[in-house]
Design a protein around this ligand. Structure first.
Ligand code: XIL
Length: 368
């Protein structure tokens, strides 16, 4: 049985006291009050979201929202290897990411780099690689080229994304990706060393999902993440932080003590933290709930996790995976066509989640 933490109750009260209980009030609060990025800065953190060059270039109401609410942007998919090249031998198409970098510079935003190494969205030929030499010949030059090109543009990097997969059956709980086939578990340390060499000022993060809830499969993922991070630390790999993706799901069971313990274990490793892809997946079918009830349930889900994460001075910031539901990947990849999982709805009206995040950021303990 989830009971809201003291911080979540305080934040929720702040939200109600601010009279932001209705869309109209939220609309006013969101459009005229401080943006979420400004609220996050008050505790020494950032707030941002995933963007595309197309969304930024549209110069429409959504682009204005990205500007007004965010202090950080993250390329949603255009920095991924498979988006840069069709084949490793090709010259990378840096145009879209260059455009995001230019827009960020114009608007005074910082950028998170997502992601250098991921087993998905790869050039087709890379999927089949497994030789030790393939790493030096193909993977290492990719990391050096991309991190080197954007060494001054991205202040945090997701160097390796989703390296853990207990269901692959390995004793190390790691995913058997092409990178693992090439170098075994050491590919992760190798990737971080290359990223440090190419982008010495960047803060280098490991990134993964499925670590927020009490379910057994998530406990296995937390164990895999912690073992990998401990190994990287022991090997002296230049890992600065861990990014909890934060793809939440109203069907999963949250236990504050379990999540708080995980955060403490990450802090114990001396790591910075980020919530890097926050959104909420609803249950299949809304059970006849009204839109308002569904949106409040999504806001409550976010409050469970953020109330704990924002208690940590190690948390550098929060990134949602899109700002408005009609821009959400969940609409493309999940069976709920009208999933309500982000701070703004399809009509760009702020939802209960936007109020909840604002209240939690206002109540957040300063990092310092
Ligand atoms: C997703 C993007 O949102 C989609 O647009 C793309 O088609 C697939 O990738 N975890 C991650 C992100 O680390 O990179 C994924 O982003 C969502 C899951």
């Amino acid at each position: 049985m989830w009971r809201p933490s003291r911080r979540a109750v305080l934040a929720g009260s702040a939200c109600l006291l601010a009279g932001a209980g209705t869309a109209a009030a939220e609309g006013v609060a969101a459009s005229s009050g401080p943006g979420l990025g400004e609220l996050a800065a008050r505790s020494g953190r950032f707030f941002g979201t995933a963007v595309t060059s197309t969304a930024l270039a549209a110069a429409d109401a959504y682009a204005d929202l990205l500007d007004r609410e965010c202090s950080v942007w993250v390329p949603e998919w255009q920095l991924k290897w498979g988006a840069l090249v069709g084949d490793p031998a090709d010259a990378p198409a840096y145009g879209p990411v260059d455009a995001i970098v230019a827009a960020a510079r114009r608007r005074g935003k910082r950028l998170r780099g997502h992601t250098l190494i991921w087993h998905e969205h790869l050039p087709e030929r890379v999927r089949g690689l497994s030789g030790r030499g393939d790493w030096d010949r193909i993977v290492a030059p990719h990391i050096l080229a991309v991190a080197g090109r954007y060494r001054d543009a991205f202040f945090q990097w997701d160097v390796v994304n989703e390296a853990v997969e207990p269901r692959d059956g390995g004793g190390d709980l790691m995913r058997r990706s092409p990178f693992y086939a090439m170098r075994g578990p050491d590919y992760v340390a190798d990737a971080f060393a290359l990223a440090r060499r190419a982008a010495p000022e960047g803060r280098l993060y490991l990134c993964d999902y499925g670590v927020c809830y009490a379910e057994g499969w998530q406990e296995a993922r937390r164990t895999g993440v912690l073992r990998l991070l401990e190994r990287l630390r022991a090997a002296g790999a230049p890992v600065d932080g861990f990014a909890i993706q934060g793809h939440l799901d109203v069907r999963q069971r949250f236990d504050e003590r379990i999540f708080r313990r995980f955060i403490a274990e990450l802090e114990g490793l001396g790591l910075e933290l980020a919530i890097s892809e926050l959104d909420v997946r609803e249950a299949d079918g809304d059970g006849g709930r009204s839109l308002a009830e569904r949106r409040q349930r999504a806001a409550d889900e976010v409050a469970k996790v953020l109330a704990v994460a924002l208690d940590s001075p190690a948390l550098t910031g929060v990134v949602t995976w899109g700002l408005a539901d009609d821009h959400s990947w969940l609409r493309k990849t999940r069976p709920i066509p009208d999933n309500q999982g982000l701070p703004y709805d399809d009509g760009l009206a702020p939802t209960a989640m936007r109020s909840q995040i604002a209240a939690l950021l206002m109540a957040a303990r300063s990092r310092t």
